[in-house]
Design a protein around this ligand. Sequence first.
Ligand SMILES: *Cc1c(COP(=O)(O)O)cnc(C)c1O
Length: 366
Amino acid sequence: MKFKKQIAGLQAYQPGKTTDEVKKMFNLETVTKLASNENPYGASPNVKEYLDIASIDYAIYPDGYASKLRTAVAKHVNVSEKQLLFGNGSDENILIVSRALLQPGLNTVVADVTFGQYKHNAIVEGAEVRTVPLLPNGEHDLDEMVEAVDENTAIVWICNPNNPTGTLIASDKIKAFVEKVPNDVLIVLDEAYTEYITDETYEDSIHLLDKHPNVLIMRTFSKAYGLASFRVGYAIGSEEVISQLEPTREPFNNTVLSQEVAIIGLADQAFIQSCQEKNNAGKAQYEAYCAERNFNLYPSHTNFVFMEVKADSDSVFQGLMKRGFIVRSGNALGKPGYLRITIGTEEQNTELLQKLDEVLKEEGVL
Ligand SMILES: *Cc1c(COP(=O)(O)O)cnc(C)c1O
């Protein structure tokens, strides 16, 4: 058959093991998954309250324009409704953007290492992928990324804060970068963790749209809002960019329930605030742990940490899994010797760090 040449050998996304699988494998009673940066506190309790009594007409298609959710998000981020694109998670927005802009003969510029879906979608579309190594501090090398742009560049991807390093690029650096990139290149700012940022120098990037209609900001309900299972992400852009992207998305890409719960989650900003505070306290547990053991830890502006373990990450990952904690091995993320751990509740962090000590003793590191 006539499959695209470029997808030969391309791997499907490898989800980690589920907690049920790990329970069975190691005969454990409880398994804690701190691997995908989901909110350990779940979602706003108002979501559960709604779902308990929700009454929807199963046979009717959802609102394909997500009108009610659109109104709520537009108000929340203070843009017009025509400046929003809703996707089945940011993952789908990445696909929509790639589908609309990339093709053989064009290229896209991404950091190495960063969120894997930018590169993955570019390969599917047959575009050249130009990777630019991160700076030693874990930030994107914006100067080199500008250098990599040429007349055939269609998209530059900036993950800020970056997954997996958790580092934040300062707002003034982003602004200077956006000014240097030609205005016919789409600049995507993937801000999946924006709700966790507490750095005082951070400025909301939406104001960049006033002068730079080629900027597109992506946010999601999957992380701080605790609604990953519902698959809702949104992109904020200029009306001209959004109107070009809209035709490439599926007609009914958010379900009825996902639209409803996203509205409810958005309305409970007190919940987001409390998660942010607890997250900062949890982050401090990892910072103290790494400082005591002299492990490098990238400064995190997210709900995960990316830390050195001075051992083979895959064996440490296995050791933690046997003890009931699922994390991500740095090997899988392009940084051997590191682990990416979602910051859990205080209790989960304490227990995980105790187990990590056990594993690292076995590994001869401690
Ligand atoms: C989790 C994540 C996404 C995907 O989010 P969904 O909305 O669940 O698809 C996108 N980008 C980054 C950087 C992420 O960490």
